[in-house]
Design a protein around this ligand. Structure first.
Ligand code: AMP
Ligand code: MG
Length: 278
C-alpha cells in the first residue's frame, strides 16, 4: 500500500504548495473507518506492552493551523488506550513564569517517562511558529531554536523516547468552512475565537514558518509526518497507521522483556514459598 502520510526525509526542502491537503492514494471512507477502529484497538494492546516493559516512552506531537483537527485526531486515534499511562498536554500562551525560563523548560518537564505515552497538543514548535510570525522575539533568537530543538529531541530519543511529529495540513478554504461551521453549530460555538480569524490573515507567514520547521527539524530520530487533513476520516486513519506501524516495530522486544519479568516474578515467588515451607 502507498504510504498515507508524507514522512519528511531529513535534508529535503519543503514547499507546502506541492502537498495536496486532499491527497488520497485510493482509500475509501468506509475502509478508513473500519481500519481506524482496528488500529485503535491495536494501539491499545501495544500501549499495554509499552507500559509493562517500561523501556521506552512515546511522544506524539500534534501541530497544525486552527481547526486542523489536533484535538479530534487525538480523540479518535487514542480512543481505546488506558488513561493510566497516557496523557495529553496542551501548550498555550506561556505564563510569566514560563517566559522567565528558556523556551524548552516547560516542555522538558512534561516529556513522557519510560512506559508512558505523552501527547502534545502544540509544542515547543510554537516557539518558531507563532513567535516568529508575530515577532515575539528577534530573528536572531528564534533562528537559533531549530538546532536547539533538534538537540533537545536527540536527547529525548537517546533516552528511549520514540518521537512522532504530525503536521495536519489543511487548505485555507477548508479552514474557512470549518470556522463558519463553528458559528452555525450551537454546540461548537464555544470554540469560536476572533483570534482564529485574526491568525488566518497571517496564513502565508505561517506556511513559510511551517516549511522551515519541516525542512530543518525532520530527523531520523524524530521525523515529521505531513498529514493530508482536509478530510477528517482520512486524517485519523493516516495518523493511526503511523502510530501503530511505529509501535509494532517494538512489539517483540517488549514481549521478550515481559517474558523475562514474568519468569523472574515466578522464580521469586517460588523462592518465597520454599523459604516459608522449609
Ligand atoms: P489553543 O490551541 O486553541 O488552545 O490555543 C493556544 C494558543 O497559545 C495558540 O494561539 C498558540 O499560538 C498560543 N501559543 C502556544 N505556544 C505559544 C508560545 N510559545 N508563544 C506564544 N503563544 C503560544
Ligand atoms: Mg484555537
Amino acid at each position: 500500500m502507498d504510504p498515507l502520510t508524507f514522512k519528511i526525509e531529513p535534508g529535503s526542502t519543503i514547499d507546502l504548495r506541492e502537498y495536496d491537503p486532499r491527497y488520497n492514494p485510493g482509500i475509501e471512507r468506509e475502509q478508513a473507518e473500519t481500519g481506524l477502529a482496528q488500529l485503535a484497538l491495536e494501539i491499545d494492546e501495544l500501549q499495554e506492552l509499552l507500559f509493562g516493559a517500561a523501556r521506552h516512552s512515546l511522544l506524539v506531537i500534534m501541530q497544525g493551523m486552527d481547526t486542523s483537527g489536533k484535538d479530534g485526531t487525538v480523540r479518535k486515534v487514542f480512543s481505546q488506550i488506558s488513561p493510566l499511562g497516557s496523557y495529553v498536554h496542551g501548550f498555550g500562551v506561556p505564563t510569566p513564569e514560563e517566559l522567565s525560563h528558556d523556551f524548552l523548560w516547560r516542555v522538558h518537564k512534561v516529556a513522557p517517562a519510560k512506559g508512558k505515552i505523552g501527547i502534545f497538543n502544540r509544542s515547543h514548535y510554537e516557539d518558531v511558529l507563532v513567535v516568529r510570525v508575530h515577532n515575539l522575539v528577534p530573528p536572531e533568537v528564534w533562528g537559533e531554536r531549530y538546532a536547539m530543538i533538534n538537540n533537545f529531541e536527540h536527547l529525548l530519543a537517546a533516552n528511549n523516547t520514540i518521537i512522532l511529529k504530525f503536521f495536519l495540513h489543511i487548505s485555507k478554504e477548508e479552514q474557512e468552512e470549518r470556522l463558519l461551521k463553528r458559528e452555525e453549530e450551537t454546540e461548537k460555538a464555544w470554540k469560536l475565537s476572533s483570534g482564529d480569524w485574526r491568525e488566518r490573515t497571517y496564513w502565508d507567514e505561517y506556511m513559510a514558518a511551517y516549511e522551515d520547521v519541516l525542512t530543518k527539524c525532520s530527523t531520523s530520530h524524530a521525523p515529521w509526518h505531513l498529514v493530508p487533513a482536509d478530510r477528517k476520516w482520512y486524517r485519523n486513519y493516516a495518523v493511526a497507521h503511523v502510530v501503530a506501524d511505529t509501535l509494532r516495530g517494538y512489539r517483540d522486544q517488549w514481549m521478550e522483556k515481559l517474558r523475562v519479568m514474568g519468569a523472574e516474578a515466578k522464580a521469586d515467588l517460588a523462592a518465597f514459598r520454599q523459604e516459608k515451607g522449609g
